[in-house]
Design a binder for this molecule. Structure first.
Ligand code: WT7
Length: 646
């Protein structure tokens, strides 16, 4: 097969922070002398007390312990704000584009600094102090970034819950980390529709311990109930506090935030990131992978409810003193040209989005793109799931007019920032490959027995040693941290992803190999959807798998066995889809539901998901050995009634 390679344009090689020689030299040094390398790189941050120790990490069984710069102190908000005031006080920090195209705001570093200090004083007035957990359930408004930075300023640990999650999901996350404060808004606004955030918060708080306070930001002005003594308006409190608030001195290993993410089993895990290593990794990748220059307008289309928003809307860009565009809306509102119009309106130079959005907009044709200029663009990025070569080529040719390199960045909530990614001045691009490891990252591919394979090969992706931005633990459950990431292969971090490496050393992520599915770039545990389904009174058993979906990447396919006496019907199918949507949130809504009188189980009662995946993929000719099934006949029924027919 002929493989397309886009060479590094000579202007890029000449002007980028990192060219191929720099990449090779720096990479070699980063793995041969991690202490020396990271000691130097850590000078990107302003330290209150300089560290003397650099790396102190262990992947050893029974002793997973990750520490970077452990005796140094710093403050994240001071690094993102205060240190820019002298040179960039009047530079725009956050460029906000509302859901409605007539609404936008620009907030300079000086203004953001003052507002974050005010916000921090409001948190203090509500009794929040260092180490306390604060849940943030906000729409994409500047106050979301202010809330994060205000927490960081006083040393509180934020836990953001995406605004699309249900009251139950919100309650679970508030309870798991015992947040004492929830920051929300009256309503959110997305694609012209209102999202009842305060109302959802009220419902969530009927299911928690009940000692939480609520800080409410006014966004739409919609009518909301305020509970005296529990609920407080931000604008009222902000008017009573000063805009001076000294940053708290934090240890490099003090927690910065918790972010819940789905795994193959159980409830979502609270991924914990700390202060120094995380900020360094976010800032450094943001500068080098996007080749950031002083006048760039950087736009990452993610929501701050996901890690991409944490690292590449807020912490990375602001640590670098960049202008970060924050978008409240959706790609297809009011029209399919919205992204491209926003790029022209704000002269965006670097644009970072997800393959699912690219595929959806590609289906709308070239017209909406070509109705705009996009002349300001110089670099494109992709994140969240494997990008298929057709979508890559369209993004390159139509959106970027064959001018802009694409960085396909592979990483995870757990990794804090990019781990495998091209750098535009250094890496010849192969569409669909995340290419080479970032500095300090040592990927390897292992076979089923955990043996490391060399050269061109395919297997499971592991990382052999620690990097500064990696998660430190699962909040409140260090054993689960070890079990989830370090038990499959001893002394290695297991990513959960399958991967191929070609003869040129390029890594090609092939997708999850565990029971996690990737729906529109969002992670969903099949076990979570199953437990929501079986919570319905008509359902006796459920098994959920992913299947290929043209736009979402993967869709959610649910096999459902009903209780005796409950009749299958289209109405029930709809009801179950709505039920899951209400239990978890819209992103978990099953795309296809198949009623199955029985599920394929081994004689010991284990569901054979391999068979269910094949049938969901409409690949039932290749089921493999089914002789170990307790009742092979169920397979015939599953095939006959399959819901995905290509
Ligand atoms: C999973 C992590 C990274 C932030 C957004 C998602 C998949 C992510 C890529 C990519 C192929 C990718 C992996 C990974 N993934 N980026 N460029 N190419 N796959 O974070 O929710 O923690 O999901 O997303 O499967 O394990 P997340």
């Amino acid at each position: 097969m002929h493989e397309i390679i886009h060479a590094v344009p000579s202007e890029w090689a000449a002007s980028a922070h990192v060219d191929i020689n720099t990449y090779q030299d720096m990479y070699r040094r980063s793995v041969e002398d991690p202490d020396g390398f990271w000691r130097e790189q850590a000078a990107r941050l302003d330290w209150i007390k300089p560290f003397t120790k650099v790396k102190n990490t262990s992947f050893a069984p029974g002793n997973i312990d990750i520490r970077w710069f452990e005796d140094g102190t710093l403050n994240v908000a001071a690094n993102c704000l205060d240190r820019h005031l002298a040179t960039r006080g009047d530079k725009v920090a956050i460029l906000w584009e509302g859901d409605d195209p007539s609404e936008s705001r620009s907030i300079t570093y000086r203004e953001l600094h003052a507002e974050v200090c005010r916000f921090a004083n409001v948190l203090k007035a509500l009794g929040v102090s260092k180490g306390d957990r604060v849940t943030i359930y906000l729409p994409m408004i500047p106050e979301a970034a202010m809330a994060m930075l205000a927490c960081a300023r006083i040393g509180a640990i934020h836990s953001i819950v995406f605004g699309g999650f249900s009251p139950d999901s919100l309650a679970g996350r508030i309870g798991d980390c015992r947040s004492t404060l929830v920051i929300t808004a009256d309503e959110g606004l997305r694609g012209g529709k209102k999202v009842p955030l305060k109302h959802n918060t009220d419902s969530a708080l009927t299911k928690t311990i009940g000692d939480e306070k609520v800080l409410v930001i006014r966004r739409t002005g919609g009518e909301v109930a305020m509970h005296a003594g529990r609920d407080f308006w931000y604008h009222e409190m902000a008017a009573t506090v000063s805009d001076a608030c000294p940053p708290e001195e934090m240890s490099a290993e003090d927690p910065l935030f918790i972010l819940y993410t789905s795994g193959s089993t159980g409830r979502p895990k609270g991924v914990l990131h700390t202060t120094g290593g995380y900020l360094l990794h976010a800032a450094m990748t943001h500068e080098l992978v996007f080749d950031l220059k002083e006048n760039d307008i950087f736009w990452c289309t993610a929501d701050v409810g996901w890690v991409t928003g944490h690292s590449y809307i807020v912490y990375g860009p602001l640590a670098n003193g960049a202008t970060s565009l924050m978008f409240e809306g959706v790609p297809n509102y009011p029209t399919n040209a919205r992204f491209w119009q926003v790029i022209d309106k704000h002269k965006v130079t670097i644009f970072y989005t997800a393959p699912t959005a690219i595929r959806a907009l590609m289906q709308a044709g070239d017209g909406p793109v070509k109705s705009t200029s996009r002349a300001s663009l110089r670099l494109l990025g992709s994140v969240g799931e494997p990008i298929n070569p057709e979508a890559w080529e369209w993004y390159y040719r139509v959106v970027g007019d064959n001018r802009c390199p694409i960085v396909d960045t592979w990483w995870q909530t757990e990794t804090g920032g990019h781990l495998i990614t091209p750098m535009p001045g250094a890496t010849p691009l192969k569409p669909g490959s995340a290419s080479w490891p970032f500095f300090g990252v040592q990927p390897a591919i292992v076979d089923a027995e955990g043996q490391i394979m060399e050269g061109a090969c395919e297997g499971n992706l592991v990382i052999l040693d620690a990097w500064p931005g990696m998660m430190r633990t699962v909040y409140g459950d260090h054993e689960r941290f070890e079990q989830t990431y370090f038990s499959a292969y001893k002394n290695m971090y297991f990513t959960g992803d399958g991967c191929r490496r070609d003869a040129d050393g390029y890594y090609w992520i092939t997708g999850r190999v565990d029971d996690v599915i990737n729906v529109s770039g969002h992670r969903m545990g099949t076990a979570e959807v199953e437990s929501a389904l079986v919570a319905h009174s008509g359902v006796s058993e459920a098994a959920v798998v992913g299947y290929p979906h043209d736009i979402k990447g993967q869709g959610i396919y649910a096999y459902v066995t009903l209780m005796a006496g409950v009749a299958p019907s289209d109405a029930l199918r709809k009801e179950l889809a709505g039920w899951v949507r209400k239990e978890i949130g819209p992103i978990a809504t099953p795309d296809l539901i198949q009623f199955a009188p029985g599920l394929p189980k081994t004689r010991s009662g284990k569901i054979m998901r391999r068979i269910l995946r094949k049938i969901a993929e409409d690949e039932f000719g290749a089921l493999g050995d089914i002789s170990t099934l307790a009742d092979p006949a169920v397979v015939e029924d599953l095939i006959a009634n399959r819901q995905n027919r290509k």
